[in-house]
Design a protein around this ligand. Structure first.
Ligand SMILES: [Zn+2]
Length: 147
């Protein structure tokens, strides 16, 4: 009995694939949602399903969140990054009732303003979470006229 080597004589010992660190999305009823986690005790939301809540240490359950969110901050990258084509608009998005995630913005080459409303729409070709800005006039219950 002999061990087989791949063509070229190099043994094929595949390294275990590292888990993708990016937030994972799911599609339910036509909506794209963040497949995160939520603490059973204190309701703290996490980007992933974690065994224990990072705040109180209790158990956490899978929870879908979104699809809406609010831009915390955003920027435009105009440098080349392997596998991605500049310009890229990136934003930290506070997912509704969920955690803050880093997402690409389907927004040309302009960064959306802080507090802009966005919606999860899927992933970029490279697998990054993708959001799109919502029309501005869609908040009848918003705090207008505060001045
Ligand atoms: Zn907790």
């Amino acid at each position: 009995m002999s061990t087989q080597a791949a063509a070229g004589g190099v043994p094929t010992t595949a390294a275990p694939a590292a888990p993708d660190p990016r937030p994972q999305l799911v599609e339910r009823d036509g909506q794209v949602l963040l497949a995160g986690g939520r603490c059973r005790a204190c309701r703290y939301p996490t980007r992933y399903v974690v065994p224990r809540c990072p705040v109180c240490g209790e158990e956490s359950d899978p929870a879908d969140m979104g699809p809406g969110g609010t831009v915390f901050s955003a920027t435009v990258l105009r440098i080349a990054v392997p596998g991605r084509r500049p310009p890229m608009v990136l934003a930290y998005v506070d997912v509704d009732d969920g955690p803050r995630i880093l997402a690409h913005v389907d927004h040309g080459d302009q960064a959306p303003a802080p507090w802009a409303r966005v919606r999860l729409i899927g992933q970029t070709p490279a697998g990054d979470p993708l959001v799109r800005e919502e029309p501005a006039a869609a908040s009848p219950a918003g705090p207008r006229g505060a001045s």
